[in-house]
Design a protein around this ligand. Structure first.
Ligand SMILES: Cc1ncc(COP(=O)(O)O)c(C=O)c1O
Length: 468
């Protein structure tokens, strides 16, 4: 981390040690352990366990976290598998060939789910999350473009990528780390998502691809992939420039196949070269899993694939990491088998029903106006109605909800709508209708509290909440 938490803790007057609860400390053991320096002596496993357990308990309550997309609950069979396979290293395909085989089965299933013309000719991999998957998708686009440019005897040193101003930060990282010029298409009240409007102004012969987001992080809305592809068809007709699409389906690629099966956003759209998703979001697995799949082997330049000899085996890999846990891949396979298509559909539809119920109730409250209603992925955002109050804003409401345990971030929209503050709810499996009613009651209660103020709340503590 960049911040020095030690200095910050000092400023707050916190001690540099963790006290050991006397109930657990054994005779002769230290009564405290240093926080920022490795202790000189050993502790008993039970004492060390208790210290870490007590620290972790201070984290928020995941069930009341309406900010994150990431899975926080799996059933007891998954927990059993987790414990059994916690030691598996995904990269060690020679030692764990079965885990490697399961990985291949999983991305082949995804290629099929996303309508690859021939899933057996598709290619894919697991990753640590959508961020790594997006980097790999972006790298493949860049290398394909470079190869084509060089083959045509043209310069290949100024690649650009066209994306919405509302992309997730992983795309900003990709462009920064891999030296690709980002061309952000700003969102507006008329064009709430990247929809192909004026795309010809952003695309040129140096464009390696266009990113279309299925489930914009800020709001949950889908970008119309087929419409973006049609705009690129028009660009190709007039300029000859042929630009592929990468779909960032971090959330939506595990929602649309079940909830909107007729929506054409995936490999049915010919321009779509690759798709990523987060196994740990609506794939319903614990944190640490992403997927990326390419339409066919030609879409992933062979020269990006490393064939390393490892522990005597020939191992093709395309990844940014080397070692990483393999257990999440097994958990994904468990869920694919356990739920099947009908099970996933039931789970995702239940989340969407709760999202529609919540957004419907919030729309009735005079303080708010909906940005969207959660009918794409089960995520929606709202803003304060124009002129409703001078005394409080959504940051204050977010803080008030925190006192009840609810994490509901407020944040500014991206360019060109940075003056607009929204608040967002992510409905995940486990947010039942009952829990949603409890949230609505607390939301109404906190709005009533803020409405009763006779003067404005202080503005200086406004802080945008975690919303990625
Ligand atoms: C659209 C989108 N892309 C990428 C990411 C990054 O995903 P991960 O956290 O799996 O790296 C997110 C995370 O919220 C997202 O919403």
């Amino acid at each position: 981390m960049v911040t020095n938490t030690r200095r910050a803790a000092r400023r707050r007057g916190e001690p540099d040690v963790v006290e050991v609860n006397p109930v657990f400390a054994r005779p002769g053991e230290a009564t405290s352990v240093p926080k920022f320096r490795m202790p000189d002596d050993e502790s008993l496993p039970s004492t060390a366990y208790q210290i870490v357990h007590d620290e972790a308990m201070l984290d928020g309550n995941a069930r009341l976290n309406l900010a994150t997309f990431v899975g926080t609950w799996m059933d007891e069979y998954a927990s059993r598998l987790y414990l059994e396979a916690a030691d598996k290293n995904m990269i060690d395909k020679d030692e764990y060939p079965q885990t490697a085989a399961v990985e291949t089965r999983c991305w082949t299933m995804l290629a099929d789910l996303w309508h690859a013309p021939d899933p057996e000719r598709a290619i894919g991999t697991s990753t640590i999350g959508s961020s790594e998957a997006a980097m790999l998708g972006g790298l493949a686009l860049k290398r394909r473009w470079q190869l084509a440019r060089r083959a045509a005897g043209k310069a290949a040193d100024r690649p650009n990528l066209v994306l919405s101003s509302a992309v997730q930060v992983c795309w900003e990282k990709f462009c920064n780390y891999f030296e690709v010029e980002p061309r952000y298409v700003p969102i507006s009240l008329e064009h709430k998502v990247l929809d192909g409007h004026e795309l010809e102004k952003y695309v040129d012969e140096n464009t390696i691809g266009v990113v279309a987001i299925m489930g914009v992080t800020y709001t949950g809305m889908y970008e119309p992939v087929a419409q973006i592809a049609a705009a690129l068809d028009r660009v190709q007709e007039s300029t000859g420039v042929d630009v592929p699409i990468h779909v960032d389906g971090a959330s939506g690629a595990m929602i649309a196949p079940f909830v909107q099966p007729d929506l054409e956003w995936d490999f049915r759209v010919e321009r779509v070269a690759s798709i990523n998703t987060s196994g740990h979001k609506y794939g319903l697995v614990y944190p640490g899993l992403g997927w990326v799949v390419w339409r066919d082997v030609e879409s992933l330049p062979e020269e990006l694939v490393f064939r390393v000899s490892y522990l005597g085996g020939d191992m093709p890999t395309f990844a940014l990491n080397f070692s990483r846990p393999g257990v999440q891949v097994l958990l994904q396979y468990y869920l694919f088998i356990r739920l099947g298509r009908t099970g996933y559909e039931a789970v995702q539809r239940a989340s969407r029903d709760v999202a529609l119920y919540l957004s419907g109730e919030i729309a009735k409250m005079p303080a708010f106006e909906l940005w969207n209603d959660g009918s794409d992925i089960p995520v929606f955002a709202w803003h304060l109605r124009d002129g409703y109050t001078e005394n409080w804003d959504l940051y204050h409401l977010s803080e008030r909800l925190r006192t009840k345990g609810w994490l509901v971030p407020a944040y500014p929209m991206p360019d060109d709508l940075t003056d607009l503050t929204v608040q967002r709810v992510v409905v995940r499996n486990g947010l039942s209708r009952d829990l949603a009613s409890a949230f609505l009651a607390d939301l109404a209660g906190e709005v009533e509290y803020l409405d009763a103020l006779t003067g404005p709340m202080p503005a200086e503590r406004r802080r945008s909440g975690f919303h990625h």
